[in-house]
Design a protein around this ligand. Structure first.
Ligand SMILES: [Zn+2]
Length: 202
């Protein structure tokens, strides 16, 4: 990540400022209040079952063209996280699905060259409407529901995808963090609260 020289908000030459116990790139005192806290991104993946089979898509683009993985992608900065993964499942696999619960997440410091410095990748379990997967034959060159046995005979199934699928198979749907209807900020536009559900399916 190239270091910032000019304030992205007001254009002044940036300086540094002590904030929260460390020196950070910041706008000077006579400028705006901008402080550079670093770069973050949010990704999401979807575990979607049809009986004992899980949905996988095959990458059409590099890196890892030809590899199979659960559908997913980056959440837009102004997009509800549940909506973003439902959108990705529809875009990549032609399946209409809705978020049931969160299976797990990965926090990764670092990232690719030019990529975000820190990423959170959230894996959700989704309930799907029946239907055959469809794909664009460009970004995605294959899609289908596969059993674990079938996956064992496929080349290049992403390990994180298999991990999430096996976890979801071994835990009841709704056993993870679910969208909370009540709680601080639960009804506020743009806010979504995920929480353990004490009344959820055991
Ligand atoms: Zn500024």
């Amino acid at each position: 990540m190239a270091e910032l020289n000019f304030c992205p908000r007001c254009g002044l030459t940036l300086t540094t400022k002590e904030d929260g116990g460390r020196e950070r790139i910041a706008c000077p005192d006579d400028g705006c209040s901008f402080i550079d806290y670093g770069n973050f991104s949010i990704g999401a993946g979807a575990v979607v079952f049809d009986g004992e089979r899980a949905l996988l898509v095959q990458r059409g683009w590099e890196p890892n063209r030809g590899h199979w993985q659960i559908p997913g992608g980056y959440a837009e900065h102004d997009e509800d996280i549940a909506h973003s993964i439902e959108r990705e499942v529809l875009e990549e696999a032609g399946i209409t699905a809705s978020v049931r619960d969160a299976v797990g997440f990965r926090h990764a410091i670092g990232g690719g060259i030019g990529g975000p410095s820190t990423n959170i990748y959230l894996v959700f379990r989704l309930d799907a409407e029946p239907g055959a997967p469809a794909f664009d034959n460009d970004e995605i060159i294959g899609a289908g529901y596969f059993s674990l046995d079938e996956m064992a005979n496929m080349e290049h199934v992403q390990s994180l995808s298999r991990w999430a699928i096996e976890l979801a198979m071994r835990t009841p749907a709704g056993g993870g963090l679910s969208k909370a209807m009540e709680g601080p900020g639960a009804g506020r536009p743009g806010w979504t609260l995920f929480a353990l559900d004490p009344d959820g399916t055991p």
